[in-house]
Design a protein around this ligand. Structure first.
Ligand code: C5P
Length: 229
């Protein structure tokens, strides 16, 4: 079965310091968002898409959406609000055990084979899970004053990537609970973890970069070129 896709794309991307949100910057002649949506469509052509956009967004072009079944949803103040809005918008259509994959619009380099593998793994997983990559660098915790407080053991640490996929009912409950508790959750998995579940870590390619800082755009361009060769 095809999953639901939620693509939060309502962020301002302030860390980029650009003249427009990062999902609209040009990467290899196309906007970042167009790349991301094309990859998702290549993996899941029959999926139903919810695209979370800022209600005042002036940059979006529906021509980038290749999905036959899609809807535009208003983004919220935080990423979790945007995703919760999307889940609310499909409440009358989605069933509790439908799989929902949430993917950052700012990750245009996600590999189609990673998307398909994640879907295969999650298809028979009761909880759900996420693409993730082990940490390569030694990790330092700061003391708040620019010095090292301690070194965190690197073994067993992972980068949480996206997509992150969970059953509709569980994800909806997890996000609503997280929002009600006032804790900021920066991904779906942490909201599900807070309910006492252990999401599955699905090893993914480490070039599934999230465009965040100015230098990331050039890096993403190199990754796309290398993947195409
Ligand atoms: O800022 P960051 O890169 O962590 O945002 C992750 C994703 O969440 C991005 O795709 C961004 O567009 C989205 N987002 C959103 N609504 C917000 C904040 C972020 O859809 N209020």
């Amino acid at each position: 079965a095809s999953p639901w896709l939620v693509v939060p794309a309502a962020g301002q991307g302030r860390r980029m310091g650009a003249d427009r949100p990062k999902q609209y910057l040009t990467l290899d002649a196309r906007p970042v968002m167009a790349h991301t949506l094309t990859r998702l469509h290549a993996a899941f052509p029959g999926a139903r898409l919810c695209l979370c956009l800022d209600p005042d967004d002036a940059w979006f072009d529906p021509d980038w959406v290749l999905f036959a079944d899609w809807r535009r949803v208003a983004g919220g103040a935080e990423r979790a609000d945007s995703v919760a809005n999307a889940l609310g918008a499909i409440a009358h259509e989605a069933r509790d055990d439908d799989l929902v994959l949430v993917h950052d619009v700012a990750r245009p380099c996600v590999a189609v084979e990673d998307l398909r593998r994640l879907m295969r793994v999650l298809a028979d997983d009761a909880v759900g899970g996420l693409l993730a990559a082990t940490v390569a660098d030694t990790m330092k915790r700061d003391d708040g004053g620019g010095r090292v407080a301690r070194t965190e053991p690197r073994a067993g640490l992972w980068h949480a990537l996206t997509p992150q996929g969970f059953r509709y009912g569980l994800l909806n409950q997890a996000l609503r609970q997280a929002m009600a508790s006032g804790v900021t959750v920066t991904d779906e998995a942490s909201a599900v973890e807070a309910l006492g579940h252990a999401p599955r870590l699905v090893p993914g390619r480490r070039d599934n970069l999230k465009i965040t800082h100015p230098e990331d755009l050039a890096l993403a361009g190199m990754i796309l070129a290398a993947q195409a060769s």
